[in-house]
Design a protein around this ligand. Structure first.
Ligand code: ADP
Ligand code: MG
Length: 151
């Protein structure tokens, strides 16, 4: 699927985009968030998770690998794989239980999983720009296209 580019001038714009995705989120989707440190992966996750009704902080689960938001509908699992050294670590923590038809999985640093996780429906990439951030994405499934507001 083609890559679409969106310019986000500030943090609020990124949060608002996350909230917009929250309104169209569907159970069973896997969303990869790619981009350098500080690109905005967690900020976008925060917009989405709070947009789904979570009250409270949303931080990168850098040390715990995954932060569950099971009070949301559908439940969300937010991963940050930055510190993973060996993709086998994902099997040790029993990561498979998080990936199912009822959940939404957000994955920061998916490249660290090196194929140890299910294929993503949606791949979102954030890039630094002197004036803000650029977001591009590839929707690999119908669900992903609906979430991004496409046909
Ligand atoms: P990551 O999870 O990709 O490492 P974070 O979301 O934790 O990045 O941090 C992004 C940083 O960039 C935050 O300090 C945030 O305020 C800032 N930021 C987010 N979106 C924008 C934007 N569109 N323009 C400028 N700064 C932004
Ligand atoms: Mg982060």
């Amino acid at each position: 699927m083609g890559t679409k580019l969106v310019f986000l001038p500030d943090e609020d714009a990124l949060i608002a985009l996350g909230a917009e995705l929250a309104g169209r989120i569907e159970a069973g989707v896997v969303i990869e968030l790619r981009g350098d440190l500080g690109a905005g992966k967690t900020t976008l996750s925060r917009g989405l998770i709070q947009g789904m009704g979570h009250r409270g902080a949303v931080k990168s689960p850098t040390y715990t690998l995954v932060e569950p938001y099971e009070h949301l509908t559908p439940p969300v699992y937010h991963f940050d794989l930055y510190r993973i050294v060996d993709p086998d670590e994902l099997h040790y923590i029993g990561v498979d239980v998080y990936f199912n038809d009822e959940s939404v999985c957000l994955i920061e640093w998916p490249e660290k999983a090196a194929g140890a996780l299910p294929q993503a429906d949606l791949c979102i990439r954030l890039e630094h720009d002197p004036k803000g951030r650029y977001l591009s994405y590839e929707a690999h499934t119908k669900k992903a296209r609906r979430i991004m507001g496409q046909q």
